[in-house]
Design a protein around this ligand. Structure first.
Ligand SMILES: [Zn+2]
Ligand SMILES: [Zn+2]
Length: 797
């Protein structure tokens, strides 16, 4: 056991960071909170065998939230959102063990987003030593065929994932009749993972699960756990379709004292906004922590990044401490279960000093106590950041570091860490009625049993309208009944679940095939195929890079091969949006803000190759691809007086005045200034939207135009990037004022001269970041927010 140190292993490191200004913010977490646990006796109502099992494990008292969760789960649907390492799994294990001890026929279903988590939990369940009562088994894609029948017959806790439930268990419910007839409890761990497209699918899978359970006469109790998010009760309701959800969020576990350090690599060119790379910075930090004997975990987004960073840290250590270099290892998805397990065990035993990983390790796997957690670049959500930081300080103290990248959200975070850490974190957004996703599952449900009036409860009141659409499409057949009609599949021999991937918004997809191995890597939505897997594209799949050799439009597949080059690609796209249906409108900040259905048409014209090291353009290659369209949801706002609002601005140096056609609003402004201002405003809004709705900027599309034929004015559109929409644009519509304020701050506070990757430039711009006018966007947003715009807008009528 390490001795208690009065000087922490990271003290010198932080001192150095303070001196040269790279340590931009520090905070202490846990100092003001209860350092001692709130403990209570296990409830007397808990089955005696479970209480004895707890005692055998040395658990004489429970954290208060664990007892509270037990009482809550007995009463109703429950979601638990206490901190990392607060013993959340006991919150669903206790009610499960209790019911299994009371009723020898009862069954439980545990859903995990990853296989590794399910393995971890199966081990935890076995540790209770209740072999006669509790028989857990993992049922996923790796389960050998010959073991499956035995699991269906014998296991009373089935641990699986939503994909397997969707494609393997529900369509074959007859084989699982015993499980469904006795299903008492469903546990959903890490529920915040189920958001966006994946969440919208899982919400439908869970409704199908409730529907099948009802057909077998059961109504299982749902218990969910989640990382801290802004809307846990809403998430549980949307996922399960159930009401009366109870929240358990008062953490009774002791708060570790954690030092939080926000680390910003130094600027190398202020005007261009260029910084030292976050990888180089992180490598230096990790090597220092290793030398100071701190056991550290480091999180990165890409697998490639994990490999590169591991190499850099090892190189650094090899010069003076080669024995330490041996203790540094990468850990990422793609390892076999055995390799993973071995690494986890070495971590637990303290045989490794530094582990560098993708988010494969983010989710609650038990890896023992660590001194420090280093997160390199913003992981996308504050909820994930907190969860990663939660790895540090399990001995009661720890260091949590965040190393910023150059991306807009990263730099915004560096300037406002309190804002991020104190304000209610993002809301998990999903929309189970997103039409394409909903109908795909409705068809699966029809194959699992005829759809009838009783389905309004699990599937929602509008199920029949969607069923009629499927009937017109020739997929369902209406059968008139004595009391009401029912719908059955037109082709009962088909297996529709096999065509629906829970990770993609539309069943219309392109296969991605690695020609070097012949392996099917996965699918990409057809709506995105032209822009992501065009010929020559460098394509990332699960953190690995591939180069597209051929996009076969006819056979709907992209042939790719592993890629090791030092460039990436960015498509140049021409986008049009057509307003199809207005759903909502409100006046705010002096503009008309609309929300509705749109049709987005993209045409990929060319792509640019850029060097990884400095983003410099290598070349630009033309493409000949037909346009593609997809329906989605958008918000848009018109700026009829944008011209006047920007009147004071000088044109950017070298910009030409473009002749404006008489059909367009006549302005005195160079077109580049107007367009550049709108375009930069759109980029800034897209960059900060993930602060409000838990999503990635790659989930959001945008279009700005000086004249939209349907609005007749300069207009900015922000739309859901997934066919049908998944609720992102709706959230942005509801919280537009915050969106404008965050975008304004993002631009106003960036020290660059005329736009950089940390403010208005976007890594996914279909126009290759042309034109962009930073000062114009700032002026537009300031006038919207100060109310001046209201006057000018009125004046322009
Ligand atoms: Zn900037
Ligand atoms: Zn753009």
């Amino acid at each position: 056991m390490p001795v208690e140190r009065s000087i922490e292993p990271w003290s010198a490191l932080l001192d150095a960071g303070r001196v040269d200004g790279r340590l931009v913010r520090e905070a202490n977490e846990g100092a003001g909170r209860a350092a001692r646990a709130r403990l209570v006796q296990p409830p007397v109502e808990l089955h005696p065998e479970v209480r004895q099992a707890l005692a055998r494990l040395g658990i004489e008292r429970l954290y208060s939230h664990q007892a509270q969760a037990l009482h809550s789960a007995w009463a109703s649907t429950t979601i638990v959102t206490t901190g990392t390492a607060s013993g959340k799994s006991l919150c669903f294990n206790l009610p499960t063990l209790d019911v299994l001890c009371r009723d020898s026929r009862a069954r439980a279903l545990y859903l995990y987003p990853t296989k590794a988590l399910a393995q971890d939990q199966a081990r935890a369940l076995c540790s209770f030593g209740l072999e006669r009562r509790v028989r857990p088994a993992i049922y996923d894609g790796d389960t050998p065929r010959e073991a499956r029948r035995e699991i269906r017959r014998h296991a009373n806790v089935v641990l699986t994932n939503p994909d397997m439930l969707h494609v393997g268990i529900l369509p074959n419910h007859a084989a699982w009749a015993d499980l469904f007839s006795n299903l008492a409890i469903v546990a959903i761990d890490e529920a915040h993972v189920y958001r966006g497209v994946f969440g919208s699918h899982v919400a439908n899978v869970l409704r199908r699960l409730r529907r099948i359970a009802a057909a077998y006469g059961t109504e299982p109790r749902f218990v969910l756990t989640s990382a801290t998010i802004a809307n846990p009760v809403e998430l549980a309701e949307r996922l399960t379709g159930l009401e009366d959800v109870r929240l358990v969020d008062e953490d009774g576990s002791p708060a570790p004292r954690r030092r939080i350090a926000v680390w910003n690599p130094p600027l190398t060119d202020e005007a261009l906004g260029a910084r030292r790379s976050s990888l180089a910075e992180a490598a230096e930090l990790l090597a220092r922590l290793a030398r100071e004997s701190a056991r550290t975990i480091c999180f990165m987004k890409s697998r490639k990044g994990v490999e590169v960073l591991s190499r850099l840290v090892k190189q650094d250590l090899e010069t003076d401490a080669p024995e330490l270099a041996e203790l540094v290892t990468p850990y990422r998805a793609g390892y076999t279960p055995q390799q993973r397990h071995e690494l986890e065990q070495r971590l637990v035993r303290g045989e490794l000093r530094t582990v560098i990983t993708t988010d494969a390790l983010e989710l609650g796997i038990d890896i023992g106590e660590l001194d420090a957690a280093v997160v390199v670049t913003f992981p996308g959500t504050v909820a994930s950041l907190r969860q990663m930081w939660g790895r540090a300080g399990r001995r009661g103290r720890g260091l949590a570091v965040y190393v910023a990248g150059e991306d807009a959200l990263d730099q915004f975070f560096c300037r406002h860490p309190e804002d991020f850490l104190d304000r209610p974190v993002e809301a998990a957004i999903l929309d189970h009625e997103s039409p394409l996703i909903y109908r795909a599952h409705l068809l699966c449900a029809a194959h699992e049993g005829p759809l009838s009036r009783a389905d309004a409860e699990p599937l929602g009141p509008r199920w029949e309208a969607h069923a009629e659409v499927l009937q017109s499409a020739g997929q369902l057949r209406r059968r008139e009944g004595a009391i009401s009609a029912s719908y059955v599949p037109r082709r009962p021999d088909r297996y529709p679940a096999g065509d629906v991937s829970l990770r993609s918004a539309s069943p219309d997809s392109f296969a991605i095939v690695d020609v070097s191995s012949g392996e099917l890597l996965g699918f990409t939505e057809a709506a995105r195929a032209h822009s992501t897997v065009h010929e020559g594209a460098v394509y990332m799949h699960l953190g690995r890079s591939y180069e597209v050799r051929e996009l076969d439009l006819e056979r709907r597949r992209a042939l790719v091969s592993p890629f090791d080059g030092d460039w990436y690609t960015q498509p140049k796209t021409q986008t049009d949006t057509e307003i199809v249906r207005l759903l909502d409108r409100r006046e705010t900040l002096g503009v008309s803000l609309s929300f509705g259905e749109v049709s987005v048409t993209d045409r990929v014209l060319a792509y640019q190759r850029r060097r990884l090291s400095d983003h410099a353009q290598v070349d630009i290659v033309a493409l000949d691809l037909p346009p593609t369209s997809f329906p989605t949801q958008a918000l848009w706002f018109e700026l009829p007086s944008a011209d006047r609002m920007l009147g004071e601005l000088a044109a950017p140096a070298g910009a030409e005045t473009v002749a404006v056609s008489p059909a367009l609003p006549v302005g005195t402004l160079p077109l580049d200034t107007l367009l550049g201002s709108l375009h930069a405003t759109e980029h800034a809004q897209i960059a900060v939207l993930p602060l409000i709705a838990m999503c990635d900027r790659w989930d959001i599309g945008g279009l700005s135009t000086n004249f939209h034929p349907q609005t007749g004015a300069p207009t900015i559109f922000l739309y859901d990037g997934h066919p049908g929409g998944i609720g992102i644009a709706r959230t942005a519509f509801a919280r537009f004022e915050e969106l404008c304020e965050d975008a304004r701050r993002l631009i106003a506070e960036c020290p660059c001269a005329s736009g950089c990757p940390s403010c208005v430039q976007s890594p996914k711009c279909g126009n290759l970041n042309e034109p962009l006018h930073k000062a114009g966007a700032r002026a537009l947003l300031e006038q919207l927010l100060t109310g001046d715009a209201a006057l000018t807008a009125a004046a322009s009528c």
